[in-house]
Design a protein around this ligand. Structure first.
Ligand code: PMP
Length: 300
């Protein structure tokens, strides 16, 4: 499929409070967020016209901004409404929604003084990568970069700066023929992939690392709730890199990736199996339920 450049598409983008034609949603080159990574964002998916766990995403966006030292000029109600409006304006019922907030071009120095906070929301179609062949799983390489300690970077914010090493790791993995990379944390423990959390099935239980130096994904938490409801034991604990050897199944969880089985990590093979399939199907059903039903499941 030919990629249509992201700045040359039809549609509408919400920019600082109003829907503007897609091609007009532009920034000045002296934008603080571009130079100093003073930007936070979200990645959301809509299914059947509802953005899955929208309020959780919006609250994380507001929280990420606070970690980065700024307040969004819109409250959660206004942001939720804007996300829904963008989806509607672009005629999408299923799609990916990308809100982003950044410090603007009013001032440019390491200091953020004098800058204003801006926000945009775009939405586009983003079908599942793997379609019917999803259960075959993807191959992960090992990242050279480590997720930093929470003392080294604001690791709990979904901040653009944290994606610098994610993109470098993904680039290398793709150059080597892998779909993505497993990133370890600053202690050498299992952290996550470049844009999704990781789960290992060990002795019939689902193990996942404690989110200390990486994002506690909304999909991750949904999958943990689903597993518990299926009487599958979930163990959240520090996981040493060598423990990957003990896993029988491995999968990723993230808004874009949804539940994606992994069939290899740098030469070690896994066979996506019953637990991965149960959670993959369970997640596919959950995301299409009415928001009130979703809340019952994930609130459990
Ligand atoms: N880790 C990283 C680095 C991510 O970019 C994402 C996607 N937002 C996740 C984990 C998963 O988070 P979520 O399930 O909230 O999309």
């Amino acid at each position: 499929m030919e990629l249509v450049p992201f700045d040359d598409r039809d549609g509408w983008i919400w920019l600082d409070g109003a829907l503007v034609p897609w091609r007009d949603a532009r920034l000045h080159v002296l934008t603080h967020g571009l130079h100093y990574a003073s930007a936070v964002f979200e990645g959301e998916r809509a299914y059947g016209g509802h953005i899955f766990r929208l309020r959780d995403h919006t609250e994380r966006l507001i929280g990420s901004a606070r970690i980065m030292g700024f307040e969004l000029p819109w409250d959660a109600e206004a942001i939720d409404a804007a996300c829904d409006a963008v989806l509607g304006a672009n005629g999408l019922s299923d799609g990916y929604v990308r809100p982003i907030a950044w410090r603007g071009s009013e001032a440019l120095a390491v200091s953020s003084r004098g800058t204003k906070v801006h926000m945009a929301i775009a939405a586009w179609e983003w079908p599942s990568y793997f379609g019917d062949r999803r259960m075959e799983g993807i191959r992960l390489g090992m990242a050279e970069w480590k997720r930093p300690s929470p003392e080294t970077a604001p690791t709990l914010a979904k901040a653009t700066g944290l994606y610098m090493t994610g993109t470098l790791s993904k680039q290398k993995a793709e150059a080597e023929g892998y779909a993505d990379a497993l990133m370890l944390d600053w202690r050498g423990r299992v952290a996550e992939a470049t844009g999704a959390n990781i789960f290992l099935v060990i002795d019939g239980e689902v193990h996942t690392p404690v989110p200390e130096g990486f994002l506690d994904g909304i999909t991750r938490r949904s999958v943990m709730s689903l597993a518990r409801r299926q009487q599958i034991k979930v163990v959240e604990r520090p996981i040493e890199a060598c423990e990957v050897e003990r896993a029988t199944e491995v999968f990723l969880a993230g808004t874009a990736a949804e539940v994606t089985p992994v069939r290899e990590i740098a030469g070690r093979a896994f066979t996506p199996g019953r637990i991965t399939e149960t959670l993959l199907r369970g997640y596919d059903v959950l995301v299409r339920q009415e928001p009130a039903e979703v809340a019952k499941v994930v609130g459990a």
